[in-house]
Design a protein around this ligand. Structure first.
Ligand code: WT7
Length: 636
């Protein structure tokens, strides 16, 4: 049996059982048979869940880019590694072969070294979805620098805090970016972010929009001339399995973003294995994930997972509705996409348009379609299945997180029968469990509980940058000995999982994980605001939208309320980004609080949803009378 490839359901069960009985042997064989290592590991796994200390392939030596690129060159040098599809459909797509990618990554790696980047240094990458983005990640990995990609839709403040948190001395950005018919002044945002980031020595600027941007003497350098004069010979750094590969920030339940740290060996093995099986990837497939590389989905399933398998991966710079609602399907037809991977929010927004946009295009190349980022509702699932998959292509509803590195629960196409809204079975190696309120493992099926994982897998994040205690507190404390995901889930009679949503103060808006605390922090900085509480409520397109309950200081009471609403949203835009804007803002006389001063979000959530049926016990409230007042002024 080839452990790397699950062929049918019987094999899945066999491998799953093997992976639980002998996890070390299971992963060791996959690591042994499918990758190039400079030196084999001494021990497969070393761990202590109570201290959140996890090491895979201990003392193994490797370079992930050797595995992503160099080892394919003999067999697949002329094969396309990356297809770049620009924002503007009139601009020509680029096909970058493995040979070309090798050259470009080596040159970029040499540029970084010349600029003084050393193994272990953090490099912040703030780029649009252009080939330089993938090349930058790989160039960092080649020389052992730790990349920290910040999604180029984030504001200057958000970028600043991410640069400062990991003390990045280098930034890679572009003059500007395109998004539909708009262009964005990326360099301007970087300049603003760097006003309070004195550690940054060098900013490398790629050209995309060819706009005239100010270049700060001694700090800012155009990337292209440096690349032109760089050598394309580069010796990859020898990395330890547990050397950090990257940091990626995710929001949490306190204001400060969490820099999740992923390391080299385990992440490589896990993303490669999951890519192969979750998308049932075969040689010559053309795979497209619509995410941005600024999120973990793009790291694992645009760059690393596909390249590790020698695949052709598409990078799309644009948006689903530009120049029209047929863009996704036009691209599927144009590049003969075989695997298509997107988010429920995109599916819902396209499903509300006429199906003519779909029918105009030939989607017969598709074999597998995927979903990620939030629960996919039944209606969206059927639309996706009927119109895009045309009932031929299995939908793989993939549940995972920034912290998990790769997919954890998902149907394996042509192996696991699908069921609408269910992520189905955990992948081999993933020991999912449901926990009840008393912290006991739930043995029965057809029940809901807190979703935990009770054994390490190679892709798990190793720490939060600079704050290991926070890592322990957030993920390993609620259920001792287990990794707590923050999600609730239901398990059905056959053992399929259905993710029911977050059980903490995180709201998933259009597939973006937003902590309510950082948004509240941003709002509270507005001079007229006294206090605020944000909750999510169901939204047709976005999955969830944000509802803000806000109390004002004296100074705010006489202000025009709509102006104030706009100002508050503007404030959120500049502090976090436009994705975190509130759909509804209700100014209230007070917030319902417990006697210990904790805001009762449970009640606010019910009000936001328009469900007044059962507020539960309000007798412990300090100010129960406020509930009726808030309810009466609820915004429809
Ligand atoms: C949270 C993680 C993993 C890449 C994108 C998001 C939610 C993710 C699903 C799914 C139901 C899902 C969970 C999870 N989520 N995929 N298929 N079904 N919920 O990464 O930003 O770290 O967010 O997204 O709530 O905890 P992230």
């Amino acid at each position: 049996m080839n452990y790397y490839k699950v062929e049918n359901l019987e094999q899945y069960f066999k491998m799953y059982n093997k992976s639980v009985r002998e996890p070390r042997k299971f992963w060791e064989r996959i690591a042994d048979e499918n990758f190039t290592w400079y030196q084999r590991w001494d021990k497969v796994l070393e761990y202590d869940m109570s201290k959140a200390e996890i090491q895979w392939f201990v003392n193994g030596k490797l370079n992930i880019t050797k595995n992503c690129i160099d080892r394919h060159l003999n067999k697949r040098g002329d094969k396309t590694a990356i297809i770049f599809e620009p924002n503007d459909p009139k601009e020509k797509a680029q096909h970058i072969t493995y040979n070309e990618l090798h050259q470009r990554v080596c040159k970029m790696a040499n540029v970084l070294r010349e600029q003084g980047v050393k193994k272990g240094d953090r490099v912040c990458i703030y780029l649009p979805m252009i080939p330089e983005l993938a090349v930058s990640l790989l160039a960092c990995a080649r020389i052992g620098a730790i990349h920290s990609v910040v999604f180029a839709g984030f504001s200057a403040t958000a970028l600043n805090s991410r640069i400062v948190d990991c003390d990045a001395k280098f930034v890679i950005t572009a003059d500007g970016s395109y998004r539909g018919n708009k262009s964005i002044d990326l360099k301007g945002i970087v300049d603003e972010a760097l006003e309070k980031a004195p550690m940054v020595q060098t900013v490398l600027v790629a050209k995309r929009t060819n706009t005239d941007v100010p270049m700060k003497e001694g700090r800012d350098k155009w990337l292209q001339p440096l690349l032109d004069s760089a050598s394309s010979n580069n010796v990859a750094e020898i990395m330890d399995s547990e050397n950090p590969l990257f940091i990626l920030y995710t929001s949490g339940s306190t204001g400060k973003p969490k820099g999740m740290v992923h390391t080299t060996g385990g992440y490589m093995v896990y993303t490669a294995y999951t890519f192969k099986n979750v998308f049932r990837y075969e040689e010559n497939d053309i795979y497209w994930c619509t995410a941005d590389i600024g999120w973990i989905t793009g790291h694992s399933y645009i760059v690393y997972g596909p390249l590790l398998n020698g695949a052709t991966t598409v990078m799309f710079e644009g948006i689903p509705n530009y120049p029209d609602f047929g863009r996704f399907w036009e691209i599927v037809e144009k590049h003969k996409i075989t695997q298509f991977y997107t988010a429920p929010t995109a599916i819902r927004s396209l499903a509300k348009e006429s199906t003519e946009w779909v029918e105009k295009h030939d989607l017969s190349s598709l074999k597998v379609i995927g979903s990620v980022g939030e629960p996919i509702n039944e209606e969206a699932w059927h639309w996706y299945n009927n119109h895009i998959g045309q009932k031929r292509c299995p939908i793989t509803d993939t549940w995972w997180q920034t912290e998990t590195g790769g997919v954890m629960i998902a149907p394996l196409p042509f192996v696991t029968p699908t069921k609408p809204t269910y992520a189905t079975f955990p992948l081999p190696g993933v020991q999912a469990v449901l926990m009840d309120e008393k912290r006991n493992e739930i043995e029965d099926n057809q029940v809901v509980g807190s979703l935990c994982i009770k054994f390490p897998w190679p892709g798990i994040a190793r720490t939060i940058w600079g704050d290991h205690q926070r890592y322990i507190d957030t993920y390993f404390s609620a259920f001792p000995g287990k990794y707590f995901t923050g999600d609730g889930a239901l398990r059905d009679e056959v053992g399929y999982y259905r993710i029911t949503g977050r059980v903490d103060d995180v709201v998933i808006v259009s597939g973006h994980n937003l902590g309510t605390a950082p948004i509240e922090d941003a709002i509270n900085e507005h001079p007229a605001v006294a206090e605020s509480a944000i909750v999510g409520f169901p939204h047709d397109i976005k999955g969830n939208a944000l509802y803000g309950f806000i109390t004002l200081k004296e100074t705010g009471l006489t202000r025009d309320q709509n102006n104030l609403r706009n100002e508050i949203n503007q404030h959120i835009s500049t502090h976090i980004g436009p994705i975190a804007k509130l759909d509804k803002i209700q100014f209230v006389a007070g917030l319902p609080k417990t006697r210990s001063g904790k805001i009762m979000r449970r009640i606010l959530r019910k009000i936001a949803e328009g469900d007044f049926s059962n507020f539960g016990d309000t007798s412990t409230l300090l100010n129960p009378e406020i509930v009726d007042l808030i309810k009466d002024d609820r915004i429809e």
